[in-house]
Design a protein around this ligand. Structure first.
Ligand code: ATP
Ligand code: MG
Length: 587
C-alpha cells in the first residue's frame, strides 16, 4: 500500500470528547470516525486490525471444534418474551416496531435466537454437544457509552453458544473454551487474566472474565487477586475471609444515646471514639421489580442493608441477592416517609411490621456491642448485640449475604494471603448458562430412552472492537500506538526521507517490493511531505517496524526502527528487510 493512496487522515489534535487514551489515539491516528454517540465507522486501518483479530478467533475456535454461523441482527420481541427477558433486559435493548406493528429489537446478544435455531435442528442426544459462534455487530443502548470502542453502543462481538446433554459435557466444553480464549488473546499479543465473575442479567451460575490489566480508570472493573495461590475475581464476585473476624465496640451496656447531627460513619466513630468496624451501618435502597400482575409495569420496594461500618455495599451482589431488575439508594424523603427517620439514624429497630427486606452483610457476623441507628432523629443505640434482635425488629430473623466490596489487604478465601487489587478491561467472558434459556423457551433434545430434556447450555463472548481498543490502551506511548505485531494493520512502513532524491526513492521502492514479495504487509510512504511529518504519522499509526531510507545510503545503510524501541539501528537494506521478514514469518 502506498501512503499517498491510503484512506486515512491523521489529526494534529486529540478529539476533545475523548477521555480514554485508546479513544484519543484511534481517532487521531485515523482508525475510526464518529457517526453518533457510541457509533463509529471503522476506517480501513481499523478494519485491518479487526479482520486480524477475527481471523485469530476463527482459527482458534474452529480448531477447538466450534462452527461459525451468522444470525439475524434484528430480532422479534416474541423470542425475548419466551425467555422472559423482554421485560427485564432494560433500556440497553433498543426496541422498535416494524410497519405491521410487530415489536422488534436490535440484537444486543443472541441467546434467544441461537436457542431457537438449535431447537428442531439438533434434537437427538447423538448430535450433541455442538458449539456455534458468530462474529457480528451488536447494539446496546448503553447508558454511558464512553471510552470510544471500549464501551460503544454499536460494536462487534464474537458470541458463541454450546449445547449439551449433561453438566459434565458442559464442564468439558467450558474448559475447552477457556483454553481457546487464553490462546486467542495470547495470539493477539495481549496478556489477559482469567477471573471469576458475576453472571448478571445473562443468568447461570459459573462464569469467568478475561481481563486486560491496566492501571487507569478505563479499566472499568476492579480485579482482586492473590499472588500466592492465584485466586482472582472481579469485585462484583470477589470474597475475602472476613467472617471469622470479631470486632467489639466495648460498650458494656445497651442504651440509647443522643447523637445530634452525627450521621456519617466517620463522625460517629469520632463521636464515640471507636473504630468504624464497631458501627453497624444501615444503607437504604429502593429496588425495582417486574410487577407480577402487569408485566409491562414495575414496582419499587425498599430494602435495608446492614453492613459493618468500614465496608461498602457491592451493588451487583446486592442486585442479585434481591433478585431485582434495578436498585438505587433511597432518598432522605423516602426514608422519612417509609421508616419515619432520616437516613443518618435508621436501622431495623422496631420495623418488623413494615414491608421491608433487611439484608445483613457477612461482615456483620463477628460484631459485638456495636452501634446502630435508633430509628429516631438524633439518636443511636450503643452496646447492641445480635441477641437483642426480636421479631418486632425483623420478621423471620436475621439473614446474612455476601453483599460487600472486598478491600485490598483482606485475606484470600483460599489461602489467607492479603488480596491485591488492580483495574481491568473485560475483553471476553465465558458462562455456564445451564437451562436458563432452553427451559422457558422449551428447547428440548431427546435422550437415549426417547425422553425429552431442555438443552444444557454455555455461552462465550469476546468483544472484537473492545479487544482492539484494549490493545491500544495497553500499548502506547506519548507519540502514538505501539501495536503488537500480531494485530497491527500493517507490519511495516518504508520511509524515503526525500522524495525528490531519485536514489532514495529507488531504494525505498526496492525494499518495499522485497517486503511485499515476502508477504509482509507494508506501507511505502511515498508522500511528498517532510520526513518529520512522515515519522510522526508512522509513530502515531503505530507500524511495528520502520525502514528509513535517507542520506546514509551513501554508506550502504538504512535505518531500521522498531516502534517499541527508542532508538533506530543502522544496517544494510538487506539486513533490515530480513529482520522484518523473520519476525513476520515467526507469527
Ligand atoms: P460489560 O460488563 O463490560 O458491559 P457485558 O458483561 O455486558 O460487558 P457480554 O454481554 O457478556 O458483556 O458481552 C461479551 C463481550 O462483549 C464483553 O466481554 C466485552 O468484551 C464486549 N462488550 C460488551 N459490551 C460492550 C460495549 N458496549 N462495547 C464494546 N464491547 C462490549
Ligand atoms: Mg454490559
Amino acid at each position: 500500500m502506498r501512503a499517498s493512496k491510503l484512506f486515512v487522515q491523521t489529526l494534529r489534535e486529540f478529539p476533545n470528547d475523548a477521555e480514554a487514551m485508546s479513544h484519543k489515539l484511534l481517532v487521531r491516528a485515523g482508525y475510526m470516525k464518529k457517526l453518533a454517540n457510541g457509533i463509529y465507522t471503522y476506517m480501513p486501518l481499523m478494519q485491518r486490525v479487526l479482520t486480524k483479530i477475527s481471523k485469530i478467533l476463527r482459527e482458534e475456535l474452529n480448531a477447538a471444534g466450534a462452527q461459525e454461523l451468522s444470525m439475524p441482527f434484528v430480532q422479534p420481541a416474541e423470542l425475548w418474551e419466551k425467555s422472559g427477558r423482554w421485560q427485564v433486559y432494560g433500556k440497553e435493548l433498543l426496541r422498535m416496531k416494524d410497519r405491521h406493528d410487530n415489536e422488534m429489537c436490535l440484537g444486543p446478544t443472541h441467546e434467544e435466537v441461537i436457542t431457537s435455531v438449535v431447537d428442531g435442528v439438533f434434537g437427538s442426544y447423538k448430535q450433541l454437544p455442538v458449539n456455534l459462534y458468530q462474529i457480528q455487530l451488536k447494539f446496546r443502548d448503553e447508558i454511558r457509552p464512553r471510552f470510544g470502542l471500549l464501551r460503544g453502543r454499536e460494536f462487534i462481538m464474537k458470541d458463541g453458544y454450546s449445547f449439551h446433554t449433561s453438566q459434565e459435557s458442559l464442564d468439558e466444553e467450558y474448559q475447552n473454551m477457556a483454553d481457546a480464549y487464553t490462546r486467542i488473546f495470547k495470539r493477539c499479543g495481549l496478556e489477559t487474566k482469567m477471573v471469576q465473575s458475576d453472571s448478571g442479567a445473562i443468568g447461570g451460575s459459573v462464569s469467568h472474565e478475561f481481563m486486560v490489566l491496566v492501571d487507569t480508570s478505563v479499566g472499568e472493573n476492579d480485579v482482586f487477586y492473590c499472588e500466592k495461590c492465584g485466586y482472582s475475581a472481579n469485585s462484583n464476585h470477589a470474597v475475602s475471609k472476613l467472617t471469622d473476624e470479631t470486632t467489639d465496640g466495648g460498650f458494656d451496656k445497651l442504651e440509647i444515646v443522643d447523637t445530634p447531627g452525627v450521621t456519617s460513619i466517620e463522625d460517629l466513630a469520632k463521636f464515640f471514639n471507636i473504630n468504624k468496624n464497631c458501627i453497624l451501618k444501615a444503607v437504604l435502597y429502593a429496588a425495582v421489580y417486574a410487577d407480577e400482575k402487569d408485566k409491562d409495569k414495575t414496582v419499587e420496594k425498599l430494602a435495608l442493608v446492614m453492613i459493618r461500618g468500614d465496608k461498602e455495599v457491592e451493588e451487583t451482589k446486592l442486585l442479585n441477592a434481591l433478585g431485582a431488575l434495578e436498585i438505587r439508594i433511597a432518598t432522605d424523603d423516602e426514608a422519612i416517609e417509609k421508616l419515619g427517620t432520616e437516613r443518618g439514624f435508621i436501622s431495623f429497630k422496631g420495623l418488623g411490621d413494615k414491608d421491608l427486606r433487611v439484608l445483613f452483610d457477612n461482615s456483620a457476623k463477628g460484631m459485638k456491642n456495636f452501634v446502630i441507628g435508633a430509628n429516631q432523629a438524633d439518636k443511636h443505640i450503643v452496646g447492641y448485640n445480635f441477641s437483642d434482635i426480636t421479631e418486632d425488629d425483623i420478621k423471620g430473623g436475621v439473614k446474612f449475604y455476601d453483599i460487600s466490596v472486598v478491600k485490598p489487604g483482606e485475606a484470600c478465601v483460599d489461602c489467607g494471603e492479603a488480596l491485591k487489587v488492580t483495574r481491568g478491561i473485560e475483553v471476553g467472558n465465558i458462562f455456564q448458562l445451564g437451562t436458563k434459556y432452553s427451559k422457558p423457551m422449551n428447547a428440548l433434545y431427546t435422550d437415549e430412552n426417547g425422553k425429552t430434556h431442555p438443552y444444557i447450555m454455555g455461552c462465550y463472548g469476546i468483544g472484537v472492537t473492545r479487544t482492539a481498543a484494549a490493545a491500544v490502551e495497553r500499548y502506547h506511548d506519548d507519540f502514538g500506538i505501539i501495536w503488537p505485531l500480531e494485530i497491527a494493520p500493517y507490519h511495516a512502513v518504508v520511509v524515503p526521507v526525500n522524495t525528490n532524491d531519485e536514489e532514495q526513492v529507488c531504494l525505498a521502492e526496492e525494499i518495499y517490493k522485497k517486503l511485499l514479495d515476502a508477504g509482509v504487509e507494508v506501507v511505502l510512504d511515498d508522500r511528498n511531505d517532510r520526513a518529520g511529518v512522515k515519522f510522526k504519522d508512522a509513530d502515531l499509526i503505530g507500524y511495528p517496524f520502520r525502514i528509513t531510507v535517507g542520506k546514509t545510503i551513501s554508506e550502504g545503510l538504512v535505518e531500521f526502527k522498531q516502534r517499541k524501541e527508542p532508538e533506530a539501528v543502522k544496517m544494510s537494506p538487506d539486513e533490515a528487510v530480513k529482520c522484518i521478514i523473520d519476525r513476520v514469518n515467526a507469527l
